[in-house]
Design a protein around this ligand. Sequence first.
Ligand code: NAD
Length: 292
Amino acid sequence: MAVTILDGKATAKAIREELQLEVQQWVNDGGPVPTLAAVLVGDDPASRVYVRNKERACQQAGMFSRLTHLPTDTSTAALLKLLDQLNADPAIHGILVQLPLPSQIDSQTVLDHVCPQKDVDAFAPENVGLLVQGRPRFLPCTPHGVLQLLHRYSIPTRGKHVVVVGRSDIVGKPMANMLVQRDCGLGPEYANATVTIGHSLTANLADITRQADILIAAVGRPRLITADMVRPGAVVIDVGINRVEDGLVGDVHYEEVAKVAAAITPVPGGVGPLTIAMLLRNTMLACRLQQA
Ligand code: NAD
């Protein structure tokens, strides 16, 4: 059976077009232009590209973006002061602090300082707690992107065994938290999964991944998931983005796994574009909630 390539780029484009119409309607009805404040500290080339892409996507959707670029030697206190200003500014609806931050900065303290109502990355403890309790304010961008992709390709998760490899606060844990809910905004068909989380200390990882109907890799290890770790006919979602000598690769050995999977995301062009689209959606939502 031919494998289905889950095209994140095309899916994200469709979502961004829908959002553009929503923003237009909102502004025509007298709402303020949704505005995202991006904070970039230092000169990490990948972070600069990510922030530039997010700014461009905002503009294309009819939103404003405001970038504050601080030097590498910025202190935690200086960053907290900037966040105080952005938190208090009624013209800013969403705040994004680009990670990773330089090592002298206490990243957790900084992320905890973003006002939960403007926390469009959904990293704040209050927003994480609301998600775990099944009443999310904002859905975390990358896991939400994965669910949107499954939804738009009509791959339900209800009753399926989903194995998530990776337990980070940004991808693995929120992904698992969304999948076990009764409904996470996309209807019960796209929730209600039986979820297993694998991580760096999981024994016999391949035995676990082979049980997955849907396998989601969010590890950051190039081509970790090989064909022998995948049940024939499984759906494989590759969140990983790893820079290697021959370019960007995911956490999945794409060429091998595409021969056994029923559906697979490519890297690049899979989950990555959806993350940005979901960030824009959260910015629109933040704007709505702040006007309510
Ligand atoms: P992280 O380093 O915070 O977490 C990695 C997780 O993988 C950890 O929980 C660890 O326990 C687990 N792990 C490490 N080695 C393992 C192994 N050998 N076997 C099993 N588990 C192992 O990373 P993250 O922020 O979750 O990101 C993961 C990957 O996803 C990275 O490649 C990152 O670049 C990518 N990413 C992509 C997007 C996107 O938009 N597509 C967004 C965020 C992260």
